[in-house]
Design a protein around this ligand. Structure first.
Ligand SMILES: Nc1ncnc2c1ncn2[C@@H]1O[C@H](COP(=O)(O)OP(=O)(O)OP(=O)(O)O)[C@@H](O)[C@H]1O
Ligand SMILES: [Mg+2]
Length: 353
């Protein structure tokens, strides 16, 4: 069921076309991640949903209620929507406890208990409740802002990069804790993030914005494995792009003949593989007779996942690949390896895109 419908939303700031005819549906109780390069319109879209910005055209409909129809809009405080903005935006003159309790009923008997529960949830020390926002780090302020937004029990929660100031371990913990709380409370959520792994793991639906346009929306799996174009592919993870000849549901490229996910196409095209689809094995000697052999020219150590640069030589010339590999049993620079492909290669929807 559609909980939130964004219909043909457009917004200009002077000559800047911040949003261009955006259509997006969000299901009740679901989690949507919005990703896109800096300046692509992510914050503008959240602010229009929240009611802090008025669209030039288009509608925002929440649970069947029209919140914005062109410039005719319901004020932000009547929408029941929580937003954690990119900068946290706490009230500087209020303590942490007062910030978190802002919006809860003053006389509620469980107010203090709820404030404590929320500060625990965002993994901050209860000793911080009496501090002022300027006495906290940026990441701590973001977490207080999150606790404050959750304390108001919104029907829709908008999160604009709420974890960006946190380090990796804490970021992951927070993401899981927040996802759990939102799920238990049944709060539909839209998260803006620059972090592709965060978008793919947090969301039921990922929407990609570019230059104010919605390029593609779908499940994380669909976007990761079937991106519409090479920019979207690169945005959601590392992509290996190779020129290929298509025909009969397979492609012939520098890696040999591999199956593709589009049977109908033939002729020249660019195919995409994700790095984890390639497996390296060290071979003795020159590997004559093996299907796909290359020479290791560089290794970038990256902890759990390392990048091995392999130059493949074939009759059609050479092709350089950056292949992800476990840090255990890495080949040596200068050694010969064979490359095996797992699964199918993806063919982009638009030929030549
Ligand atoms: N109040 C404003 N006045 C003028 N231009 C604006 C205003 N707000 C946003 N813009 C412009 O609109 C475009 C979209 O901005 P927006 O803040 O939505 O991007 P974003 O995708 O959130 O970027 P980031 O990832 O850097 O936060 C940008 O070109 C920006 O400069
Ligand atoms: Mg932004």
């Amino acid at each position: 069921m559609t909980f939130l419908a964004i219909k043909n939303i457009s917004k200009h700031y002077g000559p800047v076309h911040a949003l261009d005819n955006i259509d997006l549906s969000v299901a009740a109780g679901s989690r949507t991640a919005i990703v896109g390069p800096s300046g692509s319109g992510k914050t503008t879209l959240l602010r229009i949903i929240a009611g802090f910005e008025i669209p030039d055209a288009g509608q925002v409909v929440l649970e069947g209620e029209t919140l914005a129809d062109g410039t005719d809009a319901v004020p932000a405080h009547r929408r029941g929507i929580g937003i954690v903005s990119q900068d946290g935006a706490l009230f500087p003159h209020l303590s942490v406890a007062e910030n978190i309790g802002f919006g809860m009923e003053r006389g509620a008997h469980d107010r203090e208990q709820r404030i404590k529960g929320l500060i625990d949830m965002v993994e901050l020390d209860r000793g911080m409740l009496d501090r002022r926002p300027h006495q906290l780090s940026g990441g701590q302020q973001q977490r207080v802002a999150l606790a404050r937004a959750l304390g108001r029990k919104p029907r829709l929660m908008l999160l604009d990069e709420p974890f960006s100031a946190l380090d990796t371990g804490l970021r992951e913990n927070m993401r899981k804790a927040v996802a759990r709380v939102l799920q238990i409370a049944g709060i539909t959520t839209i998260l803006v993030t620059h972090d592709q792994a965060e978008a793919l793991s947090f969301a039921d639906q990922v929407a990609v914005l570019r230059d104010g346009k919605l390029v593609q929306a779908g499940t994380p799996q669909t976007l990761y494995l079937n991106p519409r174009d090479r920019e979207t592919a690169a945005f959601l993870g590392d992509a290996i792009l190779l020129p290929a000849d298509l025909g009969d549901g397979s492609s012939t490229c520098a890696l040999g003949t591999i199956p593709v996910d589009s049977d109908g196409r033939s002729g020249r095209a660019e195919i995409m593989l994700r790095p984890e689809q390639l497996r390296l094995s060290t071979i003795e000697g020159e590997g004559t007779g093996l299907a796909c052999v290359g020479k290791v020219t560089d290794i970038e150590f990256g902890g759990a996942v390392c990048t091995v640069t392999v130059v493949l030589s074939s009759a059609n010339g050479s092709e350089t690949l950056n292949i992800k590999s476990s840090g255990v049993g890495l080949p040596e620079i200068g050694s010969m390896v064979s490359v095996t492909v797992l699964g199918k290669a993806h063919v982009f929807e638009k030929p030549g895109s």
